[in-house]
Design a protein around this ligand. Structure first.
Ligand SMILES: CSCC[C@H](NC(C)=O)C(=O)O
Ligand SMILES: [Zn+2]
Ligand SMILES: [Zn+2]
Length: 404
């Protein structure tokens, strides 16, 4: 432990030092560390390994009434790669500046949250405050690359069904001002490849119906849709008069382009890859039909879904949802300003919501720049400690709801 350092901070920095960085995360060390924490705190543990080398670690504190639906505190264990030369220090050293800023990959996304859950439970256990409901802490792999070998398999498993989860907390994003972002849904992510085929020949000729001319027309149509959505983001207001955020619009970005082998040969095939994020206000079936109609407008052209998700369920934010009401009132009483939003990208919450589990994404990171996936990702130790108190109280409230 560093001199005089709060032990919760020391443990957080230990977790940050485990190199669970994609594409070769050290899940083994991570598993050992988490199981050790569980032992220290007095939680039972299970490890599910649906894909070899990709463990899901589940820690459990059984409630006084284990028949009631349980609470799930979810976090992912992997982190995204770094451009080391752009960092002011080693991203896996968890260096602490004089002002208490802890710099590390995963400091915001989302090892601060994963450790805060543990520290909150440690605190409640120390005080012998066993709640009514059982609390499960899940530490899942591979969220950063789609969660296919992690949460996606977990929610479909018998092991998960047995847990009888009633509500889940998961990750959010930092907020630069004095408020917490709370995510109740997310835009649906589709990654698509559009592949066109056409006439080929010598590069000096005016050849018709080439793969590139077809692709060009499709790109133009998709990018003009992009422009209209960008405009909507600028001027749009929701039903309550609030300015649109990314969650209210659909974005399309051309992120991959491939064609050609030699300068003087017209390519016979061309490919464009698009990253599409569809607002939950959009009907997915209609949008799919629209996309497929566009593809059909060009001959010998195909569409491949590289990443597809067919569900855009959101967690209701109304009085019918006791979990939400408890969360909202909890923040209200503590004067914590919250900003409910649609997550612009994809998190593991989509698998939980698809399964019918209400989930809120919230990371206790206020007054801090959004640095997830960025260089010098950081969180201040005092804010991290404040977060532990927040989760300790919040978990107590949620796990003692008795009405459902
Ligand atoms: C479709 S899996 C990719 C997941 C990733 N999540 C985040 C939060 O960056 C994304 O939205 O691109
Ligand atoms: Zn994350
Ligand atoms: Zn991430």
């Amino acid at each position: 432990m560093a001199d005089g350092e709060n032990p919760s901070v020391t443990r957080f920095r230990e977790y940050l030092r485990i190199k669970t960085v994609q594409p070769n995360p050290d899940y083994e060390s991570c598993k050992k560390w988490l199981l050790n924490q569980a032992k220290d705190i007095g939680l039972t543990s299970q490890v599910f390994e649906y894909v070899k080398g990709k463990p899901i670690i589940l820690l459990t504190w059984t409630g006084r009434d284990p028949e009631l639906p349980a609470i799930l505190l979810n976090s992912h264990t992997d982190v995204v790669p770094v451009f080391e030369d752009k960092w002011s220090c080693d991203p896996f050293e968890a260096y602490k500046r004089e002002n208490g800023d802890i710099i590390a990959r995963g400091a915001q996304d989302m090892k601060c949250v994963g450790t805060s859950y543990l520290e909150a439970i440690r605190c409640l256990k120390d005080q012998d405050k066993q709640p009514c409901r059982t609390i499960h802490l899940s530490y899942v792999p591979d969220e950063e690359i789609g969660g296919h070998d992690g949460m996606k398999l977990f929610v479909k498993s018998e092991d998960f069904k047995k847990l009888n989860i009633g509500f889940a907390l998961d990750e959010g994003i930092a907020c630069p001002h004095n408020a917490l972002k709370v995510f109740y849904g997310e835009r649906t992510t589709w990654w698509i490849d559009v592949i066109t085929r056409g006439n080929t020949g010598h590069g000096s000729q005016f050849i018709n119906d080439t793969a590139v001319s077809k692709l060009h027309r499709i790109i133009n149509k998709l990018l003009s849709f992009r422009e209209s959505q960008e405009m909507q983001l600028e001027i749009g207001r929701d039903r309550s008069g609030r300015k649109y955020t990314l969650g209210n619009v659909t974005s399309i970005n051309l992120t991959i382009l491939q064609a050609g082998a030699q300068y003087n040969i017209i390519p016979q095939e061309a490919k464009a890859g698009f990253d599409i994020r569809i607002s939950p206000d959009v009907n997915l079936k209609d949008f799919k039909e629209l996309l497929e109609k566009l593809i059909k407008s060009e001959s010998d052209t195909t569409l491949e879904y590289v990443h597809y998700h067919g569900d855009n369920s959101c967690t209701p934010l109304d009085d019918s949802n006791v979990w939400w009401v408890t969360f909202r009132d909890f923040c209200d009483v503590r004067n914590i300003s919250i900003e409910p939003e649609i997550f612009p990208a994809a998190t593991d919450s989509r698998y939980l919501r698809e399964f019918g589990i209400p989930a809120l994404g919230v990371s206790y990171i206020k007054n801090t720049p959004v640095l997830l996936h960025d260089h010098d990702e950081r969180i201040n130790e005092n804010l991290f400690l404040e977060g532990i108190e927040f989760y300790t109280d919040l978990i107590t409230h949620l796990a003692n709801i008795q009405t459902i």
